[in-house]
Each structure stands twice: as structure tokens, then as C-alpha cells.
Design a protein around this ligand. Sequence first.
Ligand SMILES: *Cc1c(COP(=O)(O)O)cnc(C)c1O
Length: 446
Amino acid sequence: MESSKRSWAEPFKIKMVELLKMTTPQQRASAIKEAGYNTFLLKSEDVYIDLLTDSGTSAMSDRQWAGLMLGDEAYAGSRNFYTLEKAAKKYYGYKYLIPTHQGRGAENILSQVMIKKGDIIPGNMYFTTTRLHQELAGGTFVDVIVDEAHDPENLDPFKGNIDLEKLQAVIRKHGAQKIPYVCVAVTVNMAGGQPVSMQNMKALRALTNKHGIRIILDMTRIAENAYFIQQHEKGYSRKSIAAIVKDICSYTDGATFSAKKDALVNIGGFLAINDNDIYEEASNLVVVYEGLHTYGGLAGRDMEAMAIGIEESVHDEHIRARIGQVLYLGEQLQKAGIPIVLPVGGHGIFIDAKKFLPHVPQDKFPAQALAAELSAGRNARTGDHYYPKLELVRLTIPRRVYTQAHMDVIAESVARVYKRRKQVKGLEMIFEPKYLRFFQAKFRKL
Ligand SMILES: *Cc1c(COP(=O)(O)O)cnc(C)c1O
């Protein structure tokens, strides 16, 4: 925590700006009403500070934009593929790389190649698309994250860890031959961006080696995870983010990656793997779903920008400022007494809506109501509920996009709603779609 006392500043200056539409409270109130009090149905244009997601919303550097001009749009063997392959090998160390259009493309290929019907895939909480692809391939996901992950007040610095006893129990119950791999996410989004410790990675490697089980990393936010290891784990304070990132990968057999988060691009992903047989099969299958194994649904220019983004993502000063901004917002909200998930994670702040609006019962959608209030009051946008037991509003911070002044405006607007929280009455659902209802549901104010 000491490190957060010293001021940090962005390790970049701004060369080009994107103008935002400034709106009045009346305009915002009518926009959110029209959207059925669902932030997913707002028009982007009506949103001043957009905190819906950190996925594909980062700002590329001048080097990345220049990289777009170096696109080699040959169908086969594009030069940019080899640049990307080289960057991934240098920073992550995996032997084989298959580009995909985004993270879920890699999840699909990996699941089809590695999972047989009836298999069990243990993991540290699930990500929606990861789990769905495991299930579509005939597998069953089992959550083996530590119990601390479910407690928003527990201050353990590594609440993303795998509970090795839970994992052992799963192995005993189903047998190692039913478990093709353990899926480890760094960091864990659904727990509030909580990291996994290196010690946990090592212990997990020892245990899985004993049983001949592979480890596949969901390495979407690996640089952010590395920062928490550097700051909070003994023996890592002098190691670079790049070295820690490569260390994490070294305890695993392969990875799926959404480049839309840490790697600072708007689209892209990959599957990386050390095993030759899995690679052969995956590089054959990718042709069916994504494209030839040297472009995987991406333009050459996208691969070039991704390669540069991977390198920039592991710069110590970048990640310090990135997470520094998230921690800063967390501190401002805590000062205002706002109940948030602690410790603050890597990519955003998760507000505990049940504690924020204790008078609103769960069937009146406190998280949805709070998200709608924030949108109308001062334009924050949010995700939906992530815990079955908890009602959380996620304020996700895009990388290199907003300034500290924006963070102040966010904190002020949340504090303002907190002051008049008793007037927030909750919502009633008036339209419920069949699937993933929170994306398209409509509500009425009570
Ligand atoms: C975004 C994400 C994915 C899926 O990646 P897409 O690029 O959105 O397909 C998988 N796992 C985690 C943890 C993610 O955040």
C-alpha cells in the first residue's frame, strides 16, 4: 500500500483526442429512461464516461497505429504473423501460437481439441464464454477458487488463488483421466479482478504434475496479475513485470488470450500451446472456424498492432500507472464511504449494491437500479451482477483512455448518488428476453 502514497503520472503524452458529447442531467435522465434503465441499451453517444468494459476499449499508442500501416495482407504467411509469433514467444515463452479473432475463438478451438464428453474442467471461477465453450465440448466446469474470493471484505491479496484441497477432492472424485486440464484465469474478473500468487502457480504445477494433468492459462489480464505479485508477494519486488509474466506462463502448458484487454488492441486473441500434437490438431481446426493458422480471422495489421501492444503491456511504468489509476478511484470511493469489493482489483471497481442500497430488496434489482442512477446522475456505465450471492456494479476502467480528472468526476457522481440513496427505490422488470436476460431486459422505476 505504501507505493500508492507516491504520486504517479501517465508514462505517455496525448497526441490526439476524441471529443465527447457533454450532456445535461435532463438529457441523461431521458436517455436512461428510454433505454429501459438498462445501461446495455444506451447509445454510446449519450455516455460521457463509459465504464461498461475494459474489453477492446483501450487507446493504442502511436507505435501501434504506425504498425497498422505495416500490415502485410497476404492470405498465407503474412509477415505480421511472424512478428506476433516472435513477440508471444519472447514475452510468454510458449512454443506454438495460433491467432484467433478474439479470446473466445481460442477457447472454442482449445475446448474442441482437449475436452471429451464427460470431462471435468476445474477452474478459479468461470468466465462466461470460457465455461460455455467447455460445456459445448461436453465438459463440466467445477469451481475450485479459494473461499475468500466470495467475501468482498476479506483483504487477502491473492483472492484469485486455486484451493488445492478443493482441486484434490475433484481429482479423487472423478479421477485424473477425466480432467484434461485445470483452467487458471489471471486475474479473476468475477471475483473483482483478484490475482493469483506465484506460490499458488508453483504448488498447482507440482500437484498437477503428480497426476499428469495439464494447466491452461486464461492469460487475458496477466500483466495486471504480475503487478500484484510484484507489489505483494515476497521475493518479487525487484523483478520486472516482463519477468514475472514469463514466470507465470512457465508453470503452464498453454493459454488462451483475449488481446482486447492487457494487450491494448481493439480486436484480437490467440491460442498458445507447448504440446506438438495439440498444436497440430488446433491449427487444423482453426481453419474451419477462424481462418488459416497464420491469420486466424485477423488482418495482418491487427497482428502487428497486437505484437506491439504485447510488448507495451509489460512495461513496468505502464502497468503501474494503469493500476495506479484504478487504485486511485478505489481510494476516492472509499473516502466517500462507498461499499466496494476489497482489495481493489486490476481492471475496475466493483460496488456492493446490496450494501449501497440496503433498503432495496434483491427482487427490485439493486445493482441495476444503482447502475441506472449513476448513468442518469453523472454518466457512469456498468456491467451487471457477477456473483450469484452478491449484487455488484462494475466500474471498469479502459486502459490509457481517461484522466485522473475523469476519475474524480466518477467518484463525485457515485458519492452524490450515495448521499441520496434512500430515494432510490429499485426497479421492476417489464421485459425479459429468453437468454442472458440482463443484456436486453427493460425496467420501470418504482
Ligand atoms: C474477455 C475475456 C475472455 C473472452 O475474450 P473475448 O476476446 O471477449 O472473446 C475470456 N476470459 C476472460 C477472463 C476475459 O476477460
